[in-house]
Write a protein that binds this ligand. Structure first.
Ligand code: V47
Length: 444
């Protein structure tokens, strides 16, 4: 196993408890100091405690242990190739039916043009997501990837949520082949240019929540299977949690526990040792997806001195957790309030502490706002995503919102938060750029 160490892991002494310190957090602080995995009960307490400052300080401690004062951004473009979707998830304001106002699908020519624009803007990544289009054929997707690869050979293509991959298996008559069908679809996509999977479509891994707001969408088992298959084929992937709608806090903690167990399996596969049987307890895991039943035990990457996986070595794993706060506007759940700033901050900090084997935590500025993302860098996040340019899935200020940040905006936000901006590629390798010509290369 080859591992990578990013920045020096300096640890400042533990500060004296502040007024308002919640003494129930003391055992959690000890566990974090020793690099021990937090339990489900610990996660619930972190949601319950009024002492959000101790929570945030702990998350910051772990974040600095892993990344020092580095904070990552990238130059990317998001491409939503079509909003036409066979599903009608209640939380989603993006989907349209075929003849509905605002329905669109991009032609191959439009996609080629997007790839050219991406190159001209110096992007290192194209992030592609769309609806489950009812009549596009499988070769639309492979042609899309090949077109981008041809127009922009250096661009990393991060494309298709697990939900789309399962849909592609169905439309290419591989749906009945189960796991092998998924793998075979992924192989075709890799052959056409796919470089990694984004984290979307995970929502909250819970059957109650699933049946209430995204019935018809794949269940957690299939989402996890797609990512496992991608990892086995050497692709890295991300993971999300879309929270703050009908979900409850204990369901979010369970989602985090399921994700970190899936990551334990991925890390074990690429050579990490699991930490004995101490955390192999199965209580509270009824109804967990079958694919994480062969759990090897905890692999904690946030303990002092642990090494992060090397993106250049073979073998895939989850890179980043991206908590996505629910945007109610124009969805069927518009009557629900959006999660508050403090709830978003708390959830992100808890993700940093619970997902102890995820190298990165992203505060996606499009959904969190750049102002809040800045603050989140000080409370667990180490990444704010990129320049984006156009994003259709959620809109901060109505359908015509143009959502773009310049590199200067991102760097300023990071510096002002007290961190050093590091441009990264999709796999979190630092990027070196010639400021005159815009030419870039990945530093290995
Ligand atoms: O899959 C849809 C979610 C996801 C809403 O991997 C909503 O680096 C909130 O996954 N309110 C797409 N969320 C975004 C996504 C993502 C974003 C940035 C980076 C990465 C990455 C991944 O957005 C969807 C769905 O889970 N979503 N509707 C909504 N109303």
């Amino acid at each position: 196993m080859t591992t990578i160490s990013t920045t020096p892991r300096t640890e400042s002494p533990r500060p004296a408890p502040k007024p308002g310190f919640d003494p129930r957090l003391a055992p959690i602080i000890d566990k974090v100091d020793q690099g021990e995995r937090l339990s489900i009960a610990d996660g619930l307490l972190l949601y319950e405690t009024p002492d959000i400052w101790t929570l945030c300080e702990l998350a910051d401690r772990v974040r600095r242990r892993l990344h020092g004062d580095a904070a990552y951004y990238n130059i990317n473009r998001h491409l939503n190739y079509s909003n036409i979707c066979a599903l009608s998830c209640k939380f989603c304001a993006f989907h349209r039916k075929k003849d509905q106002d605002g329905a669109y699908e991009h032609s191959v020519e439009q996609i080629r043009e997007e790839a050219h624009k991406a190159v001209a803007s110096g992007a290192t990544e194209m992030h592609i997501v769309g609806g489950l289009h009812p009549w596009l054929k499988f070769d639309y997707y492979t042609t899309m990837l090949r077109t981008i690869r041809e127009a922009a050979p250096a661009l990393h293509i991060k494309a298709f949520t697990a939900v789309e991959i399962v849909h592609l298996a169905k439309i290419s008559q591989r749906g009945k082949q189960g796991y092998e069908g998924i793998k075979s679809v992924l192989r075709d996509l890799i052959d056409a240019g796919l470089g990694s999977l984004p984290g979307g479509g995970a929502e909250v891994f819970d059957d109650r929540v699933h049946d209430e707001v995204f019935k018809g969408k794949i269940r957690s088992t299939q989402w996890l299977d797609v990512h496992k298959a991608a990892h086995e084929l050497g692709l890295n992937s991300n993971a999300t949690m879309l929270y703050g709608h009908v979900d409850q806090r204990h369901e979010r903690i369970r989602h985090m526990d399921i994700l970190r167990r899936a990551q334990d399996i991925a890390l074990r596969r690429i050579g990490y040792e699991a930490e004995g049987t101490k955390e192999r307890r199965d209580e509270g895991t009824e109804g967990y997806p079958d694919c994480i039943r062969d759990w090897p035990g905890a692999v904690v990457l946030t303990r002092p001195g642990a090494q992060l996986p090397n993106p250049d070595a073979s073998g895939g794993y989850h890179q980043t957790i991206i908590p996505l706060p629910f945007f109610p506007d124009e969805s069927e759940l518009e009557h629900l309030p959006a999660p508050t700033g403090l709830e978003n901050l708390r959830t992100l900090a808890i993700c940093r502490l619970m997902l102890d084997n995820f190298p990165h935590v992203k505060a996606f500025w499009i959904m969190q706002t750049l102002e809040m993302a800045q603050f989140m860098l000080q409370n667990g996040a180490d990444d704010i995503d990129g320049t984006v340019v156009w994003y259709d899935i959620t809109k901060l200020e109505g359908p015509t919102t143009h959502q773009e940040a310049s590199v200067a905006d991102l760097q300023r936000a990071i510096r002002e938060a007290g961190f050093t901006p590091i441009e990264r590629d999709t796999l979190y390798r630092p990027v070196e750029r010639n400021l005159q010509t815009g030419a870039w290369r990945v530093i290995r």
